[in-house]
Design a protein. Structure first.
Length: 309
């Protein structure tokens, strides 16, 4: 491992204060359209599913409404599956994988599950291609009580209002080269915390839950996705992004302790996908298909398991 490169904002050995956060925000620019890429597509599926606004970002509520897509028929005897994308707005295939699942697979799986899809939880970050929200807070470390990230607290409040047990939770993410060139150096500067540098893994992998590892569930998804795209190998120490692998293509994090999205729902089956869009072996379409296969294979596994009970 080697040290991270320095970051342009901030003073060495000091955490960011409001001035540094304002400086960081001033550098962010709109690079793509949430309306064109997400909202217009959701509008086209509302004839088949329930499109429900659950909140909006406070800074620009008209520009950034937050939606879920739900299966129209909600059966009390069916398990409930939550699919989340765009917690990190810059992780493009997470957003478009969730939308593609809605467009192509959700109708069939709605016969087996009550499905809720939140395809773009962080729309400002989607438009600016950022990991953080506009307040320099990471939504995927903020699924906790008294959350600093309104993106996270809005989804948690919505799910709580449903008073529904979530049985499956699949959260769609990417690991990109910019994790090393931009986002981890920014994190070190913001928090004045040292982070060892690691190589970005070339391929798809999963992040399970240390307290609820679901080994067979993860194995099934990895095996299915391996037919669509390549699985990330462990490094020479048996690690992916610094964590020891528990099986091929799988690592575990303490999701609740870290405030990760898949931790707050208490789902019996949960996982976080990680696609590597910067690999020379893939393109944008392959990344989207890998996300869709991860969702589909995960739901297939759970459906078969529940049918045995």
């Amino acid at each position: 491992m080697k040290d991270e490169p320095p970051y342009a904002i901030g003073t060495p050995n000091q955490k960011w204060q409001s001035a540094e956060r304002a400086q960081w925000l001033a550098l962010q620019v709109i690079k793509r359209s949430y309306k064109e890429d997400v909202l217009n597509k959701l509008d086209r599926v509302k004839s088949n599913f329930n499109l429900e606004q659950y909140s909006a970002l406070s800074g620009k509520p008209e520009r950034y409404p937050l939606f879920v897509v739900k299966s129209r028929s909600q059966g009390v005897d069916r398990p409930t599956a939550l699919i989340t994308g765009g917690v990190h707005g810059y992780e493009t295939s997470g957003v478009h994988g969730a939308i593609r699942f809605i467009e192509t697979k959700m109708a069939a799986y709605s016969e087996l599950f009550n499905i809720i899809v939140a395809p773009c939880i962080s729309p400002w970050a989607y438009e600016t291609i950022n990991r953080w929200n506009s307040r320099a807070v990471d939504p995927n470390r903020s699924f906790i009580d008294d959350s600093e990230a309104e993106e996270s607290s809005a989804l948690m409040a919505y799910l709580k209002s449903l008073n529904t047990q979530i049985d499956v939770h699949i959260d769609l993410h990417e690991t990109t080269d910019t994790d090393n060139t931009e986002f981890r150096p920014a994190l070190s500067a913001r928090d004045n915390v040292y982070h060892a540098f690691w190589e970005i893994p070339d391929g798809f992998y999963l992040v399970g839950d240390t307290d609820n590892p679901c080994h067979e569930f993860q194995t099934h998804i990895i095996d299915a996705v391996s037919k669509v795209t390549h699985i990330a190998p462990a490094d020479n120490e048996g690690r992916i992004i610094g964590q020891l692998t528990t099986q091929a293509g799988v690592i575990n994090y303490p999701t609740k302790a870290l405030g990760l999205c898949t931790g707050f729902t208490n789902a019996a089956y949960n996982t976080t996908t990680e696609v590597y869009p910067d690999s020379p072996k893939v393109d944008a379409e392959n990344c989207i298909l890998a996300q869709v296969e991860a969702i589909s294979s995960g739901l297939d596994f759970v459906s078969r398991q529940l049918s045995k009970e």
